[in-house]
Design a binder for this molecule. Structure first.
Ligand code: N01
Length: 530
């Protein structure tokens, strides 16, 4: 007998936990499915050395329960992966979430049964269940991508991936380690790997902008100040463009003189990491402002890396500042000043093959004991296209998304009734603070479900014209910025054969919430309820 539920929630990261807690409060019978052996999502898998969040801890946490946000004491300005995972475990314990979940169950297939008005699902282990509603909280950066390098599987040494780092400690002492990839994951891991490895060789295809985190322990005074300011911080975050309390300098770049511009860039720099892109309004829209930020960055880089050749290789050349996510580092560039660390610039010296004992480039063969892949993700769509999802009349999501994904508000897909995607393409997701977007998305999905139940509807589906208009609007907003000019996972260009187009909604978190609320207030305009 296949178990039947009201709702199946896939994933137990921020969005899945929030949705499960609130689905229970709404009186729904829930089944949670999670591929990992416990809760945590991204923070369960990405255990590599140096992994931490680039949104401040006080902001990157649930806001829905005041007691929860007051009782959890973050120890650092930017929390490490183990601390965030402990936090999510605490949330799971506090709200008794685990009893709804089956862990170690990766969803393999889901199909819509039109007659029963239900989703039938099957996991890789063969477990089956059905539910009226299917909520996908599968994460935007959860389908790792391992590049198909010639000879990749010939390597006889140890192979590690930042996105699937072993739970048991990895001993790199005395080893010759290679790291491929210099995005946020590589940039965080490299300084710590360098501390242990006998030799570290970093294979860099593109240089990224990285800004120091200026991380610090939160002492009791700073913690108390944050607590006293929490209501204001949350208010700003919910009303801001990126779910955090930080805003750009109030004076437009054009109205500021050289002295003021320098001071603003300096202050934004010391705010740390991704916040640098917020220095002036329009920094990722106006090439003039962006270029001023680039010049400032290059001056900072010169202070951090004295060797001109290494510095030249580390200087980003293929994208404007902030149009790939700015990396947030602790000692990244300085690592390349160490005598046992080498940088291989793959633009000058392309990677030819992985061999049994190392990596061969156009110029030479280097021997390694360990290769670490920090090579990113099939972002925003990969976790969904990995599952055989069949909607109305057997429509295949995987086939439809060989083209650019058409979604309504990022949450609903035409042809796939009662399938609610959290933080999907066309929602702000990765451009905002995922703790708060997960709350907003979970709420919205549960409100849709509640609305249908109250009105006696068994299904809801996005109209294809509404989805087409929303997707066109989202792409058009991105076209007004410099983001499209960067080859990045935001646009799908890191995955061979993936349809190109800016995936997240760039119009801002608050604007997005307003659009969602307008749709709800208009009786879910753009949806068909039946
Ligand atoms: O992945 P990435 P990531 N040969 O795609 C390189 C979030 N995150 O895991 O740029 C050689 O950014 C690739 O090169 P190129 C955050 O949103 C947050 O690092 O394509 N190199 C690139 O250097 C982030 O943006 C945090 O030329 C190859 C790297 O691999 C997102 O996750 C921490 C290659 C991939 O970089 C993804 O970050 C970590 C090949 N064949 C992650 N293929 C924080 O909160 C790929 N590369 C701080």
């Amino acid at each position: 007998m296949i178990p039947e539920h009201d709702v199946i929630i896939v994933g137990a990261g921020f969005a899945g936990l929030y949705s499960t807690i609130h689905a229970e409060r709404a009186g729904l019978d829930i089944l949670g499915l999670e591929a990992g052996d416990d809760v945590g999502g991204t923070w369960y898998w990405n255990r590599y050395p140096g992994a931490r969040c680039d949104v401040e801890s006080i902001d990157y946490s649930f806001s829905f329960d005041d007691a929860l946000q007051r009782e959890w004491r973050w120890s650092e300005r930017y929390a490490t992966q183990p601390e965030i995972l402990r936090y999510l475990n605490h949330v799971a314990d506090r709200f008794d979430v685990r009893r709804h979940y089956r862990f170690g169950e990766r969803l393999a297939a889901a199909s819509w049964d039109e007659r029963a008005q239900r989703w039938d699902v099957r996991t890789e282990s063969g477990f089956q269940a059905s539910a009226r509603w299917l909520v996908m909280a599968t994460g935007g950066l959860s389908k790792p991508q391992l590049p198909d390098l010639p000879g990749r599987d010939d390597f006889a040494g140890e192979v590690l991936q930042t996105s699937a780092w072993p739970e048991d400690p990895v001993d790199l002492r005395g080893k010759r380690v290679a790291v491929i990839g210099t995005g946020s994951s590589g940039v965080q891991a490299i300084p710590l790997i360098a501390q242990d490895a006998a030799e570290l060789t970093v294979y860099q295809r593109s240089a990224n902008y990285s800004v120091p985190a200026f991380n610090r322990t939160l002492d009791d005074d700073e913690w108390q100040r944050q607590q006293d300011d929490l209501a204001r911080r949350r208010e700003l975050s919910w009303n801001g463009a990126a779910g955090s309390p930080w805003t750009s300098h109030p004076v437009p770049f054009a109205d500021a003189d050289e002295h003021e511009r320098r001071a603003v860039f300096e202050e934004s720099w010391t705010r740390g990491g991704v916040l640098f892109a917020k220095a002036f309004q329009g920094l990722t829209v106006d090439p003039v402002i962006n270029d001023a930020a680039r010049v400032f960055f290059e001056q900072k880089l010169a202070e951090r890396v004295p060797d001109p050749e290494t510095r030249e290789s580390l200087t980003p050349r293929d994208h404007p500042v902030g149009t790939k996510r700015i990396c947030t580092d602790t000692g990244y560039y300085e690592t390349f000043n160490e005598p046992h660390v080498a940088l291989v610039d793959l633009r000058r010296e392309p990677l030819a093959a992985v061999t049994a004992t190392g990596i061969r480039t156009a110029d030479e063969h280097r021997e390694h004991d360990v290769i670490v892949y920090a090579t990113g993700f099939d972002a925003m769509t990969g976790a969904l296209t990995a599952i055989d999802i069949r909607g109305r009349d057997g429509r295949s999501l995987r086939e439809e998304w060989t083209g650019f994904p058409s979604t309504y508000l990022g949450i609903a897909l035409p042809g796939f009734p009662n399938l609610l995607v959290l933080n999907g393409p066309g929602s702000p997701s990765v451009l905002s603070n995922m703790a708060l977007t997960s709350e907003q998305q979970g709420d919205y999905a549960l409100r849709i479900i509640a609305h249908c139940r109250q009105q006696g509807h068994t299904s809801i589906e996005a109209r294809s014209d509404a989805a087409a208009a929303w997707t066109a609007h989202s792409l058009e907003l991105a076209d007004r910025t410099l983001f499209g000019s960067a080859p990045s996972w935001y646009t799908g260009s890191n995955i061979a054969g993936k349809a190109r187009g800016f995936l997240p909604y760039i119009g801002g978190f608050k604007n997005y919430i307003d659009r969602c609320e307008e749709v709800a207030a208009a009786d879910y305009r753009g949806f068909v309820l039946s």
